[in-house]
Design a protein around this ligand. Sequence first.
Ligand SMILES: CC(C)(COP(=O)(O)OP(=O)(O)OC[C@H]1O[C@@H](n2cnc3c(N)ncnc32)[C@H](O)[C@@H]1O)[C@@H](O)C(=O)NCCC(=O)NCCS
Ligand SMILES: Nc1ncnc2c1ncn2[C@@H]1O[C@H](COP(=O)(O)OP(=O)(O)OP(=O)(O)O)[C@@H](O)[C@H]1O
Length: 203
Amino acid sequence: MLKIGLTGSIGMGKSTVGKLFAEAGIPLNDSDAVVHDLYAGEAAPLVNTAFPGTMKDGAVDRHELGRQLALDPEGFKRLEAIVHPLVRERETEFLARQQAAGAEMVLLDIPLLFETGAWERVDVIVVVSTDPQIQRQRVLARDDMTEEKFDMILSRQTPDSEKRRRADYLVDTSHSIAETRQRVLEIIAELKMRIANGDFRNA
Ligand SMILES: CC(C)(COP(=O)(O)OP(=O)(O)OC[C@H]1O[C@@H](n2cnc3c(N)ncnc32)[C@H](O)[C@@H]1O)[C@@H](O)C(=O)NCCC(=O)NCCS
Ligand SMILES: Nc1ncnc2c1ncn2[C@@H]1O[C@H](COP(=O)(O)OP(=O)(O)OP(=O)(O)O)[C@@H](O)[C@H]1O
């Protein structure tokens, strides 16, 4: 089973591209979605112990957590020590399920693919990118986003230039969704060909 790692900096279009792979029939594990799910229950008491006042009705209040982290960015280390092992467990379960189902390839959407060393456990790296102006425009258009928060998140992520350099495949999201979908289908077709050619030792 081929493991494709999907990554990209904030606002580059990673989630959108992940969905396009899923629509094309590739099983997807979305780490940001897993975090959302964990915050809705399982992880909430743990996060609240480390960051008092961040639990509301049994779930993590992301706005309050984001506010506390903006005041103390060092807190990310404590938060990641709680969240990342749980995310990793869910990923392992996903892979076991897909392997049992006989999937030919799967997509792991991991925003921090390079930062956490996850790149070492995937077979192929797909990086989603666009130019910095489009990225900034997209992100600042979101509710609950400020220049400060955007800059803080960017500063915690591997630079786009390095991501592009380390990519096996690049998806440029500067144009229409239709063009992006074409690119995704092209990558899938090429990977299927490479699997058939025996290019990957794990697939
Ligand atoms: C800081 C939090 C509360 C902000 O929540 P919010 O809903 O406002 O933003 P969202 O989760 O959609 O993330 C916005 C962007 O920041 C990126 N991001 C999230 N966490 C991190 C991090 N620890 N380091 C760098 N970038 C991060 C996301 O990939 C995305 O590009 C939230 O992102 C969080 O709890 N992060 C810690 C968990 C984590 O490390 N997630 C990364 C994927 S496993
Ligand atoms: N060709 C395109 N491909 C992908 N996204 C596009 C494209 N054109 C416009 N967009 C828009 O750009 C935004 C990208 O958001 P998306 O949530 O996919 O980014 P992300 O990289 O996953 O962000 P984050 O890292 O914050 O989770 C969406 O609003 C999407 O509709």
